[in-house]
Write a new protein. Structure first.
Length: 177
């Protein structure tokens, strides 16, 4: 686990908010709040959540963005990428098709994601949304239900990339570059 957590904006923001509230309450309502004890307690809770959500090791890159922001580069193989309670960019521009179809699943749940694809890539997108927003390269938007998009380079029976896009209470946009 990195010690960069100590310098995180969330940790220092919480500390200064607690310090400010303590000063206001002490001089306006004559209520004394133990700021240092609260700060230590919140810091330990924060560390516990970081360990649970991020695990003990960051050596293997994760295809997930959870409670934060991230940039995910796709491998040239089938895969699944998840954005949960955060904001993420899923970069599929380096995927190249040889003789096989590829299938990628991108899930956005209570978050926001942007999926980048090459404009000349044969692409089939199945956007499934439940109280979310999926914006596709042709300008159409899916809010509830399923929408199927085919790129101009897509031909039936030829190798293509199938993107299964699932959005639940979130926002996702597929952008051609």
């Amino acid at each position: 686990m990195k010690m960069g957590i100590l310098f995180s904006g969330l940790v220092w923001g919480t500390f200064f908010i607690l310090l400010g509230l303590s000063i206001i309450l002490k001089y306006s309502l004559h209520v004394d709040i133990p700021v240092i004890r609260l700060f230590v307690a919140f810091f330990l809770i924060y560390l516990g959540l970081k360990v649970i959500l991020d695990g003990f090791s960051k050596e293997v890159p994760s295809p997930n963005v959870v409670l934060g922001e991230g940039h995910l580069k796709a491998a040239p193989k089938d895969g699944e990428y998840n954005v949960l309670f955060g904001k993420g960019v899923i970069d599929l521009t380096e995927i190249g098709l040889k003789d096989n179809d590829l299938s990628v699943e991108a899930n956005t749940i209570f978050g926001s994601s942007t999926i980048k694809v090459k404009s000349d890539l044969p692409l089939l997108v199945r956007a499934n949304t439940a109280f979310g927003n999926a914006r596709l390269p042709d300008g159409n938007t899916a809010a509830v239900g399923t929408y199927v998009y085919q790129s101009k380079a897509f031909k039936n029976g030829r190798p293509h990339l199938t993107l299964n896009l699932n959005v639940v209470f979130g926002n996702s946009e597929v952008v051609e570059q």
